[in-house]
Design a protein around this ligand. Sequence first.
Ligand code: BES
Ligand code: MG
Ligand code: ZN
Length: 497
Amino acid sequence: MFNKLIDPYPKLSYLAEDELDFSPFSAVAVPVFPSDEIQIIKSRFITALVEFTKLDLNIELANWPDFTAKAGEIIEVPISSENLKRIYLVGVGESNNEDIRKASTSLGRRIKGNNVTLLSALSNNKEQIVNQAISFILSNYQYTLKSEPKDKKPEFVIYGDFEEEIERAQIMATAVWQARDLIHTPSNIKNPEWLAKQATAMVSATKSSSLSISVKSGRALKDFGGLIAIGNSSPNPGPRLIQVSYAPKGSSSWPHVVLVGKGITFDTGGVSLKRPYESMTAMKSDMAGAAAVLSATVAMAKIKPKVKVTALLMAAENALSATSARPSDVIKQFGGTTVEILNTDAEGRLVLADGLAYADLELDPDYLVDVATLTGAASLGLGRQYAAMYTRKIPLAKKLHELGNKVGEKVWHMPLLDDYAVALDSDIADFNHLADKFGFSAGSVTAALFLEKFVGERTWVHLDIAGSGRSETDAGENIKGGTGFGARLLIEWLASF
Ligand code: BES
Ligand code: MG
Ligand code: ZN
């Protein structure tokens, strides 16, 4: 009866319409739509529920005159019919994807940490079912290294014949969950070698012949000047280039997407030490881009789209040490471009430049996409709800914008302002990477302009997720810490090929 279970995530399944039976459930959720005179809308489900509970839900509603049915508003009706202990009357607002996510996370949070088996009938639209299910799971995310963790968790059952939708939701929620686990892991545990091991384990767990992984380290990285300059700052096992490929039989004639992820396992700033010091605490999440591209690529084994995908995780620790790069060093990026380092805290663009140039020169991508917690400036401009998206390809930008709204990872198209490119000039190298000359102060834009120098003629998109990659509060789908931003958007986009 309970189809398709995933563990250790909260269980998620669907209940076929002709199997409707309330007796196994301890809670039921019913949608309420805003109107002048709010009433529970009759349906087969509601009729059966009323019959089972002998409860007039409209009388219950009338007890709450302030209830407006705005998305996420909840009335909790206690009851005792066999196992059933609670009926949640849930406002679903406009009942679009965004409001369904709000309603679902609000409900998910309400029962988080409890052994509740919830039957939910908040929507019957396929797209919304996917969103509802993902939001349930993500609102219950937790990461704990407590010595005695609490392991109570709810179980979500969505009413209706939604096998495909629940499967899609499980794939996407799993990807976000995995990315979050990687991001939440403290940096005394996660170093580049650890990340490579996790990626290897994730790939082999799929048991899919369409996925493969290779890891470059040591001498094999000798042409990757950015990765070396940053990664050699750490006494931990040095930098890694982790390459994960989704290339099923026949994929050589398909479009090829290369995803490059910033994988700084901790960012102290290096010699140009981060200030204020408190801002450093969040920097275990500086590999959120790598986490997103990894988990999205691994998800391809189940989605099986007709697109070849290569993920490049640029993994390095940016430590403060005697082997850190110095402000004024000049390095040679992959492909030979020389770059003057002026601030070792602008390390992300140096490791990404190697990845982008490697993709352009060696991998022949049709699409080149990088995802990076690159600049504090991105969150100054857009806050935490939107990622800054840079690309010269307007239709592609529109598509990603739409898909972002659909899945709840919103991106805003930002301008690559050529007027600011002169800030990248250097007296002694091809470029400087800091671009703080002339006081243009568009830090997210100039970082994007720097990256663009390494993408050749490729169709390229840069997502600066410094804001959206991390939440500062426990709210909605997120807990304080890594959000896993990018995984859903990438999966949705790749699935559309
Ligand atoms: N990892 C940071 C960017 C960041 C800041 C991510 C806040 C998440 C939250 C990046 O490496 C960095 O330090 N960027 C500098 C660039 C500056 C030195 C040009 C920044 O944004 O201040
Ligand atoms: Mg930095
Ligand atoms: Zn960084």
